[in-house]
Design a protein around this ligand. Structure first.
Ligand code: HEC
Length: 128
């Protein structure tokens, strides 16, 4: 009978369809290594490595995931799962005093980059 052949094919298509949906943006994993590190390397590292102004004044090194999570000499600037409690997010999003907006004295991050950092923190600030 024909049903014997068409039924498995139909269920296969449904499975493939569900797998494709899983890749949609709201469910996508956001990680430090894939999404955030390229932004940090391009916009933060020049001042936040040993010997540079940002690192010297705040104690904030940004040359590894561990350093980024460790924070400044006063403590962490990222609270996993809560971007609104994370001073790093508030600084790059322009929600803190303009005089301490990051990157310091440079063009702000794009809206897309700011969203990436917010999603990364709100999804747990995972490494990879
Ligand atoms: C041009 C240099 C420069 C760049 C680029 C820069 N910073 Fe900074 N950053 C500084 C300086 C200087 C301080 C110290 C500010 C102070 O304490 O007055 C600082 C301090 C900080 C602090 C600590 C603020 C606090 O609460 O004490 C954070 C968090 C921070 N930067 C994040 C970033 C992030 C994220 C980026 C990239 C998007 C970035 N910075 C790019 C120079 C820079």
């Amino acid at each position: 009978m024909n049903m014997r052949n068409t039924l498995p094919l139909a269920s296969l298509l449904i499975v493939v369809g569900l797998a494709a949906c899983d890749k949609e943006a709201p469910f996508r994993k956001v990680t430090y290594v894939t999404d955030v590190e390229p932004i940090v390397q391009q916009h933060c590292m020049e001042c936040h490595v040993a010997g540079q102004d940002g690192a010297e004044k705040s104690g904030y090194l940004m040359d590894s995931y561990e350093a980024v999570m460790k924070g400044t000499k006063f403590g962490p600037v990222i609270v996993p799962d809560s971007s609104e409690s994370s001073s790093l997010y508030l600084l790059v999003a322009g929600k803190a005093d303009p005089s301490i907006q990051m990157p310091h004295g440079k063009t702000p991050l794009s809206a897309e980059q700011i969203t990436t950092i917010r999603l990364w923190i709100d999804k747990g600030a995972v490494k990879d």
